[in-house]
Write a protein that binds this ligand. Structure first.
Ligand code: ZN
Length: 188
């Protein structure tokens, strides 16, 4: 008998992206786990995913870019390339990279003008669909350089630029869509 997992969980057992929601269902439902296991080609990847490990090793498939053997359990992309990419972002943030609007705040009069525009509600927003957790991420750029964020877990951050760079970096690692959003917002 074919089980309609979509009707039960609103999710099909798909191998393309293995996220925490898939793991939660797979841990609770052996039939879903088995269906998902059959779809994930690499048993190492499935084992790592079920154990909550971020990567597995695939010596037979070295990365074309860096030659690394570690793959991310989530989407079987190269784990070492992702670490490298995050590291360079982190270095940029450490070097004091800030939103461009903030850097161009020159002079008191300019600031007052920007504050006035902000009070008038002038801003631009964009929303991204997020995979893990499933939901949306909304980023709003304000005239004063404020980067406001509404996260998929309902958390609200009035100004991301006020947070410690290390914390923003961690957020980008757990929520890859934020990286893209901050790129849109002109952070790097
Ligand atoms: Zn690589």
């Amino acid at each position: 008998m074919k089980i309609d997992f979509g009707a039960i969980y609103g999710r099909q057992p798909k191998a393309s992206i293995l996220d925490t929601e898939q793991r939660r269902i797979a841990q609770a439902d052996p039939a879903f786990r088995e269906a998902l296991r059959r779809r994930v080609r690499n048993p190492e990847r499935f084992a790592a995913f079920m154990a909550g490990k971020p990567f597995y090793t695939a010596p037979e498939r070295p990365c074309a870019r860096c030659g690394g053997h570690r793959k991310r359990a989530r989407d079987h992309t190269c784990y070492d390339c992702i670490l490298e990419r995050n590291r360079s972002d982190w270095e940029m943030m450490q070097a004091g990279i800030r939103p461009p609007a903030k850097r161009s705040l020159d002079g008191h009069r300019d600031l007052l003008a920007r504050q006035k525009r902000e009070r008038a509600g002038e801003s631009i927003s964009r929303t991204w669909a997020t995979a893990d957790p499933p939901g949306t991420l909304t980023v709003t750029r304000h005239p004063t350089g404020r980067t406001e964020c509404h996260f998929p877990d309902a958390h609200h951050e009035p100004d991301l630029a006020k947070l410690d760079g290390r914390h923003v970096h961690r957020l980008c690692v757990v929520l890859p869509e934020l990286r893209e959003a901050l790129e849109w917002a002109g952070w790097w």
